[in-house]
Design a protein around this ligand. Structure first.
Ligand SMILES: CC(C)(COP(=O)(O)OP(=O)(O)OC[C@H]1O[C@@H](n2cnc3c(N)ncnc32)[C@H](O)[C@@H]1OP(=O)(O)O)[C@@H](O)C(=O)NCCC(=O)NCCS
Length: 201
């Protein structure tokens, strides 16, 4: 039996927390409805706010059913509480848990995606997972680099192609499989020492 993840979590610069109904507009405007952000993701760009509410219902169901679901990312410092993006660990029956992340364009190039993925690795450890995987479009160099910076190892091209609903009206494309073994990787001191990290309950 796996532990349940904390609904909020802090890193050096980020607050991660479970999405709430009041986050819909921020998610839609900042990244969910942005076709540039969603081009390499496996869910369709939100066309209206109704799509974002559907995401929030799905997120609640994920948190209910599995040890963890999606988190929204915010800056810990300052008054600006705009959502920066999201990161999460997706569970499915008979499949290894998989990490994902997406940031609003204005939050790119600041190391937040790397910090958020490292948090997913840390949360996976808290849950007692032995490994975490990720899949990425073979041409998505920015994301492949993040995976490697966070200690994920490339295991080659996946046997099955994945659907990318936002590329050229929807295409099946080759993806690279990545994974990280959680028992072998030491923490890198990326987390706040001023605020105690929350423990899984
Ligand atoms: C892919 C994606 C997450 C990359 O985001 P990003 O902000 O470029 O990634 P990083 O967090 O690694 O930050 C990149 C740069 O920030 C810079 N940076 C600035 N301040 C930094 C800091 N304090 N710490 C670390 N890096 C910092 C670094 O130079 C780093 O580049 P480098 O690794 O070449 O040195 C982002 O483009 C995105 O959200 N895309 C859309 C969604 C998506 O495709 N998700 C992945 C699906 S597989």
């Amino acid at each position: 039996m796996l532990a349940k993840a904390p609904q909020s979590f802090e890193t050096l610069r980020l607050l991660l927390r479970k999405p709430l109904p009041g986050d819909a507009q921020g998610i839609f405007r900042r990244y969910g409805g942005d076709p540039v952000v969603t081009q390499f993701l496996n869910w369709p760009t939100h066309r209206t706010i109704a799509d974002t509410y559907a995401f929030l219902r799905w997120s609640d169901a994920e948190w209910e059913r599995w040890p963890v679901g999606p988190y929204l990312l915010f800056c810990r410092e300052g008054q600006n509480q705009r959502v920066l993006g999201s990161a999460g660990i997706a569970f499915k029956e008979h499949e290894a848990p998989e990490a994902g992340y997406a940031l609003a364009q204005s939050a790119w190039g600041q190391g937040y995606a790397t910090e958020a993925l490292r948090a997913m690795v840390e949360i996976a450890r808290l849950l007692g997972l032995e490994s975490l995987r990720a899949r990425c479009h073979v041409e998505h160099a920015d994301s492949l680099r993040i995976l490697e910076k966070c200690g994920f190892r490339c295991e080659g091209i996946a046997r099955e192609r994945l659907l990318f609903p936002n590329l050229s009206g929807g295409v099946q494309a080759e993806v690279l499989n990545y994974s990280i073994r959680l028992d072998q990787t030491a923490g890198e001191g990326y987390f706040s020492t001023t605020t105690p990290r929350q423990k899984a309950t």
